[in-house]
Design a protein around this ligand. Structure first.
Ligand SMILES: C=C(O[C@@H]1C=C(C(=O)O)C=C[C@H]1O)C(=O)O
Length: 423
C-alpha cells in the first residue's frame, strides 16, 4: 500500500563531475552534510551522501517493496535527467529503508535535493530541482548530551528465556535456525544530531557501510545485494565470536570460529538462503564452499561473498533483488516462513526497519542494499538500538546475550561524547 507520496511528478536532475578533493577533502563526504534531512551510504570514504527532500514515498504491508519499485519506475520515467558522469550512483538516485515485517511498519524511498558521490578517482554532484548546492565543510555536529541506556522491550533475563524457548522448538524439530533480536534504549537530555554517530561509525568501522535514511542509522558489515551493470554480489554473514582486544587471542578465536560446527551450520543456512533466492535471476553464480573470517573491531564473523551474472533477459532492479532475498537466514532463519512466524510469536518486539534492506538505487536499477544491522532508530532525543543472534539447536542463552551485547557496541560507542574522530 502507498501511504503517501510527495514531490513534483517531473524531477529535473543534473549530475556534474567535481574535484575529488572537494568530495573527500581532509575529512570526507560526511563533513558536507547539513542538518536538513541528511542521508548516507559510505564505505572507506566512498559512496553517496545527500540532503534535502525533492520527492518521497511511504509504503507499507506485503506490497511495500513492489509499491516503492512502481513509484520509482514512474519517477524515473518522468524525470528530465542530464548525467555527465554515467556511473552507478550518478544521475537520479533514491535512498530507501524498508520495514522488516509485512506488519507493522512503514517503508520509505527518498530522493534528496543534493547528492554527492565518490567512487575511486571520480566525484560528482547531483541536484534535483532548482537548488544551488553548498559543497563546503559544515559546522561540526555537537556530541549527544547526557545519554543514559535502559532496557528495551525485554530485559536480559526475559530475553534469555525467549532464546531457551527457541532452542527447545529447534530441538523439537519445528525448525533449524531462528534469529532473535533485542533492543536497548538510549535517551539523551537534548535532541541528537545524527551526523555525530555517523562520523564516529565511519571512522571506527571503515569496512562497514555507514548508513542513514529517515532516522535509521548504523554501520552494517552485511551487504544484502549490490547490482552493478549486470553483476550481482552479496556478502553473507552468520557465525560470530566476540573479540577480546588481545590480537593473538583473537587470532586463536578466528581459527576456532572457522572450525566451529555450530557457527558453520548457522553460516551454511544463511549462504544457502541467499544462493537459492538469487539463482532464478542469474545465468551463472559463484558460491565459495568455505567462508572466510571477517575481522571487525568488536566481533569476528564467518563471511561468504556470493557473486552472479544477471540473465540477459532479466531487467530486475537491485530493489527487486533485495525483496527476493529478504529476509535471508542471516536475519530470519530456516525454513524462512516458520522462522518468521516464530519471531512474531516469541521475540516480543517490533523490529521496525532493523534487519531489513537499507540502501540506494539509481534510475537504471543499479544500487546497493545492506541489511540494517549494528543500527539504531533516532527519534528526537531517543535512539532504539537493535542486535540479534542466530539460534540453532546447541545455542546457549547466556552466550547469545553476550553476543548481542557485542553487537550493540558500534552504535553504543557512537553515542558516547568522546572526541570527534579525525577521519
Ligand atoms: C542479526 C544480527 O547479525 C546477524 C547474525 C549473525 C550471527 O548470528 O552470527 C551474524 C551476522 C548477522 O548476519 C545483528 O547484528 O543484529
Amino acid at each position: 500500500m502507498i501511504l503517501s507520496s510527495e514531490g513534483p511528478s517531473a524531477l529535473r536532475v543534473r549530475t556534474t563531475s567535481i574535484d575529488v578533493d572537494t568530495a573527500s577533502g581532509m575529512s570526507g563526504l560526511l563533513d558536507l552534510l547539513p542538518t536538513e534531512a541528511p542521508v548516507s551510504w559510505l564505505r572507506r570514504g566512498e559512496g553517496l551522501v545527500g540532503w534535502g527532500i525533492a520527492a518521497q514515498v511511504h509504503t507499507s504491508g506485503s506490497t511495500r517493496f513492489s509499491d516503492a519499485a512502481k513509484w520509482w519506475a514512474e519517477t524515473t520515467a518522468q524525470a528530465d535527467i542530464t548525467d555527465e558522469v554515467q556511473e552507478p550512483g550518478s544521475g537520479l538516485v533514491c535512498f530507501g529503508a524498508f520495514a522488516f515485517a509485512d506488519e507493522p511498519g512503514e517503508s520509505t524511498l527518498v530522493v534528496p535535493q543534493v547528492i554527492v558521490g565518490r567512487r575511486g578517482d571520480l566525484a560528482w554532484v547531483t541536484t534535483v530541482g532548482d537548488v544551488a548546492p553548498t559543497l563546503a565543510r559544515r559546522e561540526p555536529p555537537a556530541p549527544p548530551k547526557g545519554v543514559v541506556f535502559s532496557d528495551g522491550a525485554l530485559d536480559s533475563e526475559r530475553w534469555m528465556g525467549v532464546v531457551a524457548d527457541a532452542v527447545a522448538r529447534i530441538n523439537a524439530g519445528d525448525l533449524e535456525k531462528v534469529v532473535l533480536a533485542r533492543d536497548l534504549l538510549a535517551t539523551a537530555s537534548e535532541p541528537i544530531d545524527v551526523r555525530w554517530p555517523l562520523r564516529q561509525l565511519a571512522a571506527s568501522y571503515p569496512t562497514c557501510w555507514t548508513f542513514h535514511v529517515d532516522g535509521l542509522f548504523g554501520a552494517t558489515p552485511e551487504l544484502l545485494v549490490r547490482r552493478e551493470r549486470g553483476l550481482v554480489t552479496s556478502r553473507v554473514l552468520a557465525g560470530t565470536i566476540r573479540r577480546t582486544g588481545d590480537d593473538s587471542r583473537d587470532l586463536a578465536l578466528a581459527a576456532m570460529l572457522a572450525h566451529s560446527s555450530k557457527d558453520l551450520e548457522e553460516h551454511e543456512y544463511a549462504v544457502r538462503s541467499v544462493a537459492e533466492s538469487l539463482e532464478p535471476y542469474c545465468s551463472s553464480m559463484n558460491v565459495p564452499e568455505t567462508p572466510f573470517v571477517l575481522h571487525l573491531p568488536n566481533v569476528l564473523h564467518l563471511a561468504t561473498d556470493v557473486a552472479g551474472v544477471i540473465r540477459d533477459t532479466d531487467d530486475v532492479s537491485s530493489l527487486q533483488l533485495a525483496e527476493a532475498l529478504h529476509p535471508s537466514a542471516a536475519v530470519g532463519g530456516t525454513p524462512t516462513p516458520v522462522a518468521r512466524e516464530l519471531i512474531t510469536e516469541i521475540e516480543g518486539m517490533d523490529r521496525g526497519r532493523y534487519a531489513a534492506p537499507v540502501g540506494w538505487m539509481d534510475a537504471s536499477g543499479d544500487g546497493e542494499w545492506g541489511i540494517a544491522l549494528r543500527s539504531g532508530l533516532l527519534d528526537g532525543d531517543t535512539v532504539r538500538l537493535f542486535a540479534g543472534c542466530g539460534i540453532v539447536g546447541d545455542s546457549d542463552p547466556a552466550a547469545e546475550l553476550a553476543e548481542s551485547q557485542a553487537k550493540f557496541v558500534p552504535v553504543r560507542d557512537a553515542l558516547a561524547p568522546g572526541p570527534a574522530p579525525t577521519s
